[in-house]
Design a protein around this ligand. Structure first.
Ligand SMILES: [Zn+2]
Length: 313
């Protein structure tokens, strides 16, 4: 599974037992566990019979919003306490900083970890900020991304305008009332027909419908191609709208690919497809797994780095 998350778990674990809290669980370092360094892949969890979702992504009612001053900068973060944790973990993604800590760990320990890692936290927060995907403006004449290129969005109200209908190479020329018609790409233009050209919600709905249609066809073709190369037999191929994962794959062979991928160059889509299909051979991120990936995607390391520079949000 491909994630946009990186976890940092700090091996140092000052005593968690508070002076006024005799029942506190003593903290012990777990930083040496590989699972604690990178969020485990969903397939790894499924093999153990759990839900397939990283514990770090599950809803946690104990989460609370906090503020801190790190190296003179005010930041806010989400604090999560868990009886299962034995160390303090810091995670930064497009949502900001999340700190996970043992249930009864002391405030003093928390503060010392935050201050120790202040420069790392600020640097990562800054890099996520600059990586955020631009908000698309869904109106006539704007550009929308598709396979790494930009399409011009043309919006027509209540059907094609007379001049458009008169254009001989228009794909829907001659159709008088197409306001319910799906979006249609013609060259580097995506034509969207809505009743009210000022209805941004409906325009966006039409564009997303079109993205879904294109993604469904394209992803199925890429999966079929690379499945044959890797000699694997995937099950269902599903589109995902996950906020933090480009793709996932479970032990039943269901491959989920993020709809947002359709906006990016084909090479990145192929890398994610190969990555997930390789999990059908190796349900982990071991050396053996990357050897499988390399069979179909020799320059996977470069693509992996490139994928980390683009935002899913
Ligand atoms: Zn993976």
């Amino acid at each position: 599974m491909l994630k946009r998350l990186r976890n940092l778990v700090l091996p140092s674990a000052p005593p968690a037992r508070g002076r006024n809290d005799p029942s506190a669980v003593p903290a012990r370092p777990q930083g040496s566990s590989p699972e604690n360094i990178v969020a485990p892949c969903a397939p790894c969890f499924e093999r153990r019979g759990t839900s397939g979702v990283s514990p770090l992504l599950r809803n946690d009612p104990s989460a609370e919003q906090r503020a801190a001053v790190l190296a003179g900068k005010h930041i806010s973060y989400t604090l999560k306490r868990s009886s299962r944790r034995r160390s303090i973990g810091l995670r930064i993604n497009d949502k900001g900083l999340t700190v996970s800590m043992p249930l009864r760990a002391s405030e003093r320990w928390l503060n010392s970890v935050l201050q120790d890692k202040a420069s790392w936290v600020l640097e990562k927060l800054d890099s996520w900020q600059t990586r955020k995907a631009p908000v698309l403006n869904m109106s006539d004449g704007e550009f929308i991304p598709y396979l790494g290129e930009q399409l011009t969005l043309r919006v027509v109200a209540g059907g094609w305008s007379r001049s458009d209908r008169d254009t001989p190479d228009m794909p829907l020329a001659g159709i008088s009332s197409v306001f319910a018609a799906p979006a249609c790409q013609h060259g580097d233009t995506l034509w969207v027909s809505v009743q009210d050209e000022g209805d941004a919600t409906m325009i966006e709905r039409r564009v997303v419908e079109w993205y879904r249609q294109q993604a469904g066809i394209l992803f199925a073709a890429r999966v079929a191609h690379y499945a044959a190369l890797l000699d694997v037999a995937p099950g269902a191929i599903k589109l995902s709208v996950a906020k933090t994962q480009w793709g996932s794959c479970n032990a039943r062979g269901t491959v989920r690919l993020n709809l947002q991928l359709v906006k990016f160059p084909l090479r990145l889509i192929d890398y994610v497809v190969v990555h997930e299909l390789a999990h059908l051979r190796e349900m982990n991120h071991s050396v053996a797994f990357w050897k499988v990936v390399a069979v179909a995607c020799p320059d996977y390391a470069k693509l992996r780095r490139e994928l980390k520079t683009v935002s899913l949000s």
